[in-house]
Design a binder for this molecule. Structure first.
Ligand SMILES: [Fe+2]
Length: 298
């Protein structure tokens, strides 16, 4: 069969306490210090203390042992050595130096849709509980050699390309539009993590709640991406990346692995079909990428 989902992401962050409190407020459940679970995906984010922000590991799940063997063989053809350790494939992705782990894991059930209103009680609209993200849907990585990293994930891991946006391939495992995004950057960095919620209402509620006492967290949203049809709201996390609440009903409409295949003459779509105005000119450029650009203009 195939690799079908992201299991978890391990990050090092300079201010662990601050990052932990951000993701608790964001709605993840901290099951042990620095370990965070989603409603459907289980433990999906592990934060550790480190001198500088860094992505350490990205864990993926495949259907069976044959998948691990075929990934190992395909990577070998690319000249990349992956080793089987306790039934899990481990390989350092050469362009980003991120440890990619592929284990055998169950597929998640399809995401539950938004619950239809059952009454005309408008109090139902007034939420009092934090939003609880369903799962880690995608991870966007900045990297220097996008082509090399793309080869690893497409030819090695077996991902498919859905679109190119902002010069980067948006790659998927199955019926989500994208699960791993590669963006050209002057250094390896985590651009954003994206957490699926049940509907647009949860994006608006979650985003508004996150910036209520922290306006500095606001990056961009509410808006809707063009290529993936995802609704989004991006927040700045305390370790230099963005955290995105998203939802797309197109995920539910996608009926198979070919759903998102672009036509040969499909044009590159704009980043957003629509969005509320951002406060900054380049709202999705991480701080780490702004410094060299600023010094160039001096
Ligand atoms: Fe995203």
């Amino acid at each position: 069969m195939a690799v079908h989902r992201i299991v978890s992401l391990v990050r090092e962050v300079p201010d662990l306490l601050l990052a932990r409190s951000f993701f608790v407020e964001f709605g993840l459940e901290e099951t042990a210090p620095g370990r965070f679970s989603t409603v459907l995906g289980g433990e999906q984010l592990i934060l550790r203390s480190g001198a500088a922000p860094r992505v350490v590991e990205l864990s993926l799940a495949a259907d069976d042992e044959a998948d691990l063997e075929s990934i190992r063989a395909r990577l070998a053809e690319l000249g990349i050595t992956a080793s089987l350790v306790n039934g899990e494939l481990q390989v350092l992705e050469p362009a980003t130096s991120i440890l990619i782990r592929v284990s055998i894991g169950e597929r998640l059930a399809r995401d539950p849709g938004a619950s239809a209103p059952t009454s005309i009680d408008r109090n139902d609209l007034v939420r009092r509980e934090p939003v609880k993200p369903l799962r880690l849907g995608h991870v966007a990585l900045g990297c220097v050699d996008v082509e090399a990293a793309k080869r690893f994930f497409v030819e090695g891991v077996g991902m498919r390309i859905s679109d190119y946006v902002m010069g980067g391939p948006f790659m998927r495992f199955d019926t989500d539009h994208h699960n791993i995004v590669l963006l050209p950057a002057p250094m390896t960095l985590l651009h954003h993590t994206a957490w699926k919620v049940r509907d647009v209402d949860e994006i608006g509620y979650g985003g508004a709640r996150m910036i209520e006492n922290h306006p500095e967290r606001h990056a961009w949203g509410l808006g809707r991406h063009a290529a993936s049809a995802n609704y989004f709201w991006y927040l700045k996390d305390p370790a230099g990346a963005f955290a995105e609440y998203y939802h797309s009903e197109m995920d539910e409409l996608a009926d198979g692995p070919f759903f998102w295949d672009p036509g040969p003459d499909s044009e590159e779509l704009p980043v957003a079909a629509w969005a509320s105005p951002a406060l900054e000119d380049r709202p999705l450029v991480p701080e780490a990428m702004k410094a060299p650009i600023l010094s160039e203009s001096r």
